[in-house]
Design a protein around this ligand. Sequence first.
Ligand code: KG4
Ligand code: ZN
Length: 336
Amino acid sequence: MYVLGIETSCDETAAAVVADGRKLLSSVVASQVDIHALYGGVVPEIASRAHTEAIYGVVENALEKASVKLSEIGAIAITYAPGLIGALLTGLSFAKGLSYTTGIPLVPVHHIRGHVAANYLVHPDLAPPFIALVVSGGHTSLLKVNDYTEYVSIGQTRDDAAGEAFDKAARVLGLPYPGGVAMDKLAAKGNKKAVKFTVSSVDDAEYDFSFSGLKTAVINYVHNELSRGREMDEAFKADVAASYTDVLIRTITSRMRLLMERDASVPIVLAGGVAANSHLRNAVSELADSYGVKLYLPPLSLCGDNAAMIAAQGYYEYKAGLKAPLSLNAYATRAV
Ligand code: KG4
Ligand code: ZN
């Protein structure tokens, strides 16, 4: 069955066609990053307006690239939560209109489930149960995926997401928005022991994360050093990037190590924009190897927001009997 996926939860307008939840036929992503970079972050109203302009062309393009006609589509999978509300509503309203006029069923997809499902498109042997770690600009969630549509939350961030923490440090170091990729490259050139940052923990919730303290720590460190006359040169920036990346990774891997110590029989799946980070990929690979745990990593092309992941998850939601009424609403926050 062909599923048309549509994703507009943040700053990418995306559409894709996937066959049977596993085979990627097309994936079109129109990024708004250049527009938001002018403001140093995503401006919600601008995002909604840019989605409105782009969505029709992106959907047409995805169908064309897949060589699939709209009449051959079996379900329309749409991200309904979580995300920027105006941005979500733009894609949702478009998908509803398409469903209403064609009679093709509408299937609601949770964005975080979508990120996990990106892995189904490249790992034919991957099937639940597994543990998933979703690290992106908006989310940091440790999940037990018991079945394709049965998710249990194990841990999550209490404040900022890992991607937000990367972006904040990047901003302080004067790197362009979004800073994840630049931080990745810069960190490779620095000494990770140069600055001492401590791994944070959350009382009574050993699998939860907290990144806001680290964000403050890096801002204070850079400002203090500069006020003491330190130059913001490449070597300084690289050392801060390396040390900060290292503590963020140790924060993440400490929770994963705990899980693996308790049960090394369940595979681990990484997902989300930050899963593109080369240092995180290496650290998690080493950790999984040391416990003999099977690890699945998404390709870089499917780490960030896209609609192929929404179509992949939509297929499994549809098979489980999920179909949305045309009164479906969008939600800025929603449990996975
Ligand atoms: O999954 P995504 O595209 O959007 C959300 O659902 O939030 O994630 C975007 C986030 C941004 O914060 C970006 O800086 C971060 O992923 N990111 C990275 C890397 N590539 C993207 N962070 C660290 N290292 C990277 N290589
Ligand atoms: Zn995302």
